[in-house]
Design a protein. Structure first.
Length: 362
């Protein structure tokens, strides 16, 4: 390896290491050490990460510079605190795109007691989504000149879990899937409203979640065809038809996918697949690019070494991903949000390492 000092800063992070940004700025307290992070605009000589990330979409050649990003939920969910935290995190970690966390939870509805009640689930609009849209607007104003702005979009299945709980949802869908589908239609309409309003702000695309096509739930069976696929496609098509960079996030927190073939027709620009499969094996990321015909954003398990490993352990796994599994067109990331106590310094060091791995090891 040509970078002899890689990831050594991660050990220092545990002792409150302070990073020096290439741009002068305020120091942000991450809760795990001080990190120099620019919280205002106007930094001279900023790299434009938009072009570097968009270049990954050119599948005629491998991308030598590898964009990288990790995501986490913050204690500050909405309002000015959320805006500030997103900006601090973006600056401190050197990440290449601004993926905005979605934090507006659909309310629990106690009146949904049987499948026939699913028709009463409301379609949410401006009043409900306004706090999230305000965060997106502020972040776009601050960061869009230098990076793609990508809000997160949750799936109808996740909305169902928030509204009635997964146990109730699964019971109702077994009793009367047609009645439950009425509620899914309303969830999808709410999500599409959110996408359209975010698009008016001028976002560059969306991080679009899909749930339910895994072995633990519906896989590729009749309930997947009735409840998951049609509403996923409605949402995805609304996003991709009007924005230029959309990431399909195949969410599998418990590693419950074994194959992804039934999702290959889902529209998107980039695929963010599970890192581990249901049998414990690693996802063939090169195979994912061949299957979907699109670049891949992945690399590390969000609860693996990035969350608890030593600098040497993390470096070893990053090297393994790049040397044996990374596809030609690649964004280095995790399969989902990393734990909130992951040191920002660790993420910064991994992102810096990934940026030039192919250049340094060419």
């Amino acid at each position: 390896m040509k970078k002899s000092a890689l990831l050594t800063g991660s050990a220092g992070a545990l002792g409150g290491m302070q990073l020096l940004s290439s741009c002068a700025g305020k120091t942000a307290d991450t809760g795990r050490g001080a990190v120099a992070a620019v919280t205002g605009g106007g930094c001279a000589g900023k790299e434009n990460k938009r072009e570097k990330t968009l270049a990954v979409l050119d599948q005629s050649k491998p991308n030598r510079y590898v964009p990288a990003a990790f995501f986490m939920h913050f204690d500050e969910k909405l309002g000015e605190g959320a805006v500030r935290r997103h900006i601090e995190f973006f600056r401190a970690t050197h990440m290449d795109l601004e993926k905005i966390q979605y934090e507006v939870v659909m309310p629990r509805l106690e009146n949904i007691k049987s499948p026939k009640d699913w028709k009463d689930i409301p379609v949410y609009g401006q009043e409900f989504f306004a706090p999230q849209l305000q965060v997106i607007e502020a972040l776009a104003k601050e960061l869009q000149p230098e990076a793609l702005i990508i809000p997160t979009v949750y799936s109808p299945l996740l909305s169902a879990g928030e509204t009635v709980g997964m146990e109730t949802f699964l019971r109702h869908v077994q009793e009367d899937p047609d009645a439950v589908a009425k509620g899914f239609e309303h969830f999808a309409e709410s999500i599409v409203y959110f996408i359209r309003e975010a698009r008016k702000i001028g976002v560059d695309g969306f991080y679009l979640s899909t749930h339910g096509g895994d072995k633990a739930l519906f896989h590729n069976g009749p309930l997947f065809k009735k409840l998951i696929e049609p509403y996923d496609r409605y949402i995805l098509e609304e996003a991709v038809s009007h924005t230029l960079f959309n990431i399909l996030h195949i969410c599998s927190v418990e590693n419950t996918y074994q194959e992804l073939d039934h999702l290959a027709g889902y529209p998107s620009s980039v695929i963010n697949p599970p890192v581990l499969l249901n049998d414990g094996s690693r996802t063939d990321l090169q195979g994912v690019q061949r299957l979907f015909g699109r670049p891949v954003m992945s690399g590390l398990d969000h609860h693996g070494v990035i969350a608890h490993g030593s600098p040497d352990e993390i470096k070893k796994e990053v090297d393994e991903v790049f040397s044996s599994n990374a596809p030609q067109n690649f964004i280095f990331a995790a399969n989902c949000t990393v734990p909130g106590d992951t040191p920002w310094e660790t993420l910064r060091d991994v992102i810096d390492y990934a940026h030039t791995w192919r250049i340094d090891n060419g």
